[in-house]
Design a protein around this ligand. Structure first.
Ligand code: ZN
Length: 149
């Protein structure tokens, strides 16, 4: 009787664990020395935690070819953000003024060659969330959209 109850409790615990994994989504993005993300379109569920694994597969030094992923709110002026980020070298090209910071949903660290970073975030509402690499000059090529449904 006692062992049966234990088995049921373990089964319940495992199914709770399993469903939490199923409910979240994981997306993986890589970047390289030719200023490219491997994929530019992702779809996630609004209001659900997303795990982003970002890898820099390049060989060039971070000072010349660093990469990050910066996720912006729907409707953000991406070229304006990208050009403004150039001045934010001290904070790895993430602008620290309040108005610009309010446009940023989440961001990874700036990665050098062979490095990776994992972040989690939630896109609160359905919409098209642009993402860019904010290293100077990269946003024009390195941008995409995460669609939350
Ligand atoms: Zn980049």
């Amino acid at each position: 009787m006692k062992s049966k109850l234990t088995t049921i409790l373990i089964a319940l615990g495992m199914s709770a664990l399993f469903s939490s994994v199923v409910n979240g989504s994981t997306i993986e993005i890589t970047a390289n020395d030719t200023m490219q993300f491997n994929s530019k379109a992702f779809e996630v569920k609004a209001g659900e935690e997303v795990t982003l694994v970002f890898k820099n597969l390049g060989n060039l030094p971070k000072a010349a070819m660093g990469h990050n992923v910066v996720i912006l709110n729907p409707g953000t002026d991406v070229p304006k953000f990208g050009m403004g980020a150039v001045a934010a070298a001290a904070s790895e090209y993430i602008p620290q003024d309040e108005a610009t910071k309010a446009q940023v949903v989440a961001h990874t660290k700036l990665l050098g060659p062979g490095e990776e970073d994992t972040i989690t975030f939630t896109l609160p509402e359905a919409g098209a969330y642009p993402f860019v690499c904010s290293f100077p000059g990269h946003f024009a090529l390195m941008q995409g959209i995460i669609t939350a449904k």
